[in-house]
Design a protein around this ligand. Structure first.
Ligand code: NAD
Length: 274
């Protein structure tokens, strides 16, 4: 698929809430879900940025833009409440907001930096996912809904980040399994392990990486370095081209019997066998 205009209405009538929906894959999933017929609430830290995404969507009446930090449980509860008050229910939750560690290996950071990086990154990438699910599960049980978490190639393989990021994405993979177990049979829980994408992904403020963005920092060839599909198929690093897996897993009609599963949308990294 090259544009979202080719979408097929797989989510007609559904209401979704996406954290980190102001940029990158979160924004692309929000736009794709809209094109598939859903109404979508996006959460992020910057109200102005979220409002601009809503305006640019072409369907502002089908979107809500809510400023909330995913480390703040009360703010997440308020966002879920606002979504349900506005759209009447919640069917699909996409825990997605995250930061990266820019490959800061254990040999590059001292103990203090490692501790600070761990506390900040885990509080967003892992605690943020936990709190997002806690705030939403009651509404998802009520609707018979589902969760699609953004994971990463770093949820399975080395070299997708440093030890802090890799550990956080392995942890998020554990959350897919555990929540699938805890929330069955009412709520399905799955994940999409996306590979390298050209986005605005930032690093921890505590080690001076908050202003650095993955999209500005690496050439396209570096982002896709381990991707076997690149030479023959020129697999894309544009977020829009990763959105189909989210639609499939979120669709009750097409994935009603799938839970605890992860789609590796990473250009085939695993076929190298490492
Ligand atoms: P992005 O920076 O464009 O999007 C992440 C969004 O999360 C941003 O809008 C950011 O403002 C928001 N966010 C960050 N901290 C937040 C907080 N505390 N509270 C609320 N919102 C917060 O980057 P992206 O690449 O689209 O990242 C989305 C997800 O994709 C992340 O979980 C990331 O780990 C994952 N991922 C990205 C890549 C890649 O190469 N870009 C690869 C694999 C996985």
């Amino acid at each position: 698929m090259s544009t979202i205009a080719e979408a097929a209405g797989w989510l007609t009538g559904d209401v979704a809430l996406i954290t980190g929906g102001g940029s990158g894959i979160g924004r692309a999933v929000a736009e794709r879900f809209l094109a598939e017929g859903a109404k979508v609430a996006i959460i992020g830290r910057d109200q102005g940025k979220l409002d601009a995404v809503r305006e640019a969507s072409g369907k502002p009446e089908s979107m809500l833009a809510i400023a909330a930090d995913v480390r703040d449980s009360a703010a997440l509860h308020k966002a879920v409440r606002q979504t349900v008050e506005h759209f009447g229910k919640l069917d699909i939750l996409v825990p997605n907001a995250g930061i990266w560690d820019f490959n800061r290996s254990v040999t590059k950071l001292n103990g203090e930096q490692l501790a600070a990086s761990f506390d900040e990154l885990f509080s967003i990438n892992v605690k943020g996912y936990l709190l997002t699910v806690e705030a939403a599960w009651r509404e998802l049980v009520a609707s018979g809904g589902n969760i699609v978490m953004t994971l990463s190639n770093a949820s399975f393989y080395t070299a997708g980040g440093g030890p802090v990021y890799t550990a956080s994405k392995f942890a998020a993979r554990g959350l897919v399994n555990q929540f699938a177990y805890e929330l069955a049979p009412k709520v399905r829980v799955n994940g999409v392990a996306v590979g390298g994408m050209n986005t605005d992904l930032r690093g921890p403020e505590s080690i001076g990486l908050a202003e650095r963005s993955i999209g500005d920092s690496f050439a396209r060839s570096t982002i896709t370095g381990n991707n076997p599909l690149i030479p023959l198929h020129d697999a894309s690093v544009d977020p829009v081209d990763f959105t189909g897996s989210y639609v499939l897993l979120a669709s009750k009609r097409n994935s009603g019997n799938i839970t605890g599963q992860i789609i590796n949308a990473d250009g085939g990294i695993g076929i190298r066998g490492f």
